[in-house]
Ligand binder design. Structure first.
Ligand code: FUB
Length: 323
């Protein structure tokens, strides 16, 4: 059985988005802290204020902390809560996409730019026009097109929107109604704007029907990630209140996607969040749990474990407690 390892003992880091840049693994996590905010379903206790960047020469190497690369107080539109982020590279520039509440307590997606994968990242003056909700994942397809995947329900505010507009009443669907979909959008050439209206990424069951909101062990909650394996698109995500990382496969970046199974069973801590990366011919799952903090769900530690596929391209499930 593959064994996981914790990546950084020096501080609490969550939501690790991992990429290969300049032949190294770079990790872009959220920086958890003890702020004293009471725990609630809105996630107010995830009250983060900056981002650090980490790198690794290979999967077993010691992690290097490149220090603080972006601070909430330097972002002109900042309200509070720097949640999950991701980074991609285009023409020698590095674009960090991050989730943060604006001054009206509405989650938006922001962009910050760097000349190196290790930052520092300089934020744009305003959030991405038309952006909302949380957990951006930046994906570069093989034809050079860049996409952003995003969204999260409950504290991530996705239930407030239908067709990219705030709706009233803004409620979650009924259990027998189709689940809320994560969003996918193509990025503009300058990487700073949506090139189109965000679209629903629909996840179907094996009978071709959209997953229902009540199907809590399968439907999307937050933490989008996209990768490609043997020419197929693998969309993976957290089911939130049932604490699973699942995946669905499709033939193109927009989908529809068909639900395939569980990648990671529940870990210690309420949230689960991951990224998937190929490095030197092996695949890895980066994720977090709350074991080192003694189970404090808002103080999470990032981990890595080797990920394997079977001969049919199915991901072999990983046990979140014993691996
Ligand atoms: O880190 C804050 C939030 O917790 C993330 O945005 C979610 O995906 C969950 O991990």
């Amino acid at each position: 059985m593959n064994k996981s390892r914790y990546l950084f003992a020096g501080d609490y880091m969550a939501d690790p988005s991992a990429h290969v840049f300049e032949n190294k693994i770079y990790i872009y996590p959220s920086h958890d802290r003890e702020s004293g905010m009471p725990e609630n379903d809105n996630g107010d206790h995830f009250d983060m204020q900056d981002y650090h960047v980490f790198s690794l020469e290979d999967s077993h190497a010691e992690v290097v902390d490149h220090g603080k690369v972006l601070d909430l107080k330097d972002i002109p539109w900042a309200g509070r809560q720097l949640w999950d982020s991701d980074v991609t590279e285009k023409d020698g520039k590095y674009y960090m996409y991050f989730s943060m509440k604006d001054k009206n307590d509405i989650f938006r997606l922001g962009v910050a730019i760097a000349d190196h994968p290790y930052g520092p990242f300089v934020p744009q003056d305003n959030p991405i026009k038309g952006s909302y909700s949380i957990d951006p994942c930046a994906f570069k397809d093989e034809d050079g097109t860049y996409y952003l995947y995003f969204g999260g329900i409950w504290g991530g505010q996705l239930q407030f929107y239908r067709n990219n507009k705030i709706v009233s009443p803004n409620e979650l669907p009924q259990p027998d109604e189709p689940a809320l979909s994560p969003k996918v959008v193509r990025m503009s050439a300058d990487m700073l704007e949506f090139a189109e209206q965000p679209r629903d990424l629909v996840i179907l069951d094996k009978d071709g029907k959209p997953l229902k909101h009540g199907d809590t062990e399968k439907r999307f909650f937050e933490a989008s990630w996209m990768h490609k394996y043997q020419d197929k698109y693998y969309f993976s995500y957290s089911t939130g209140d049932s604490h699973l990382i699942c995946y669905a496969t499709g033939d193109n970046p927009y989908g529809p996607f068909t639900y395939q199974g569980v990648i990671l069973s529940p870990v210690v801590g309420w949230t689960t969040h991951h990224s998937i990366l190929k490095f030197k011919d092996k695949w890895y799952l980066f994720y977090h749990d709350s074991v080192p903090s003694g189970g404090k769900t808002w103080l999470r530690s990032m981990k890595v474990i080797e990920l394997e596929y079977d001969e049919n391209g199915c991901i072999k499930p990983i046990d979140g407690l014993t691996s």
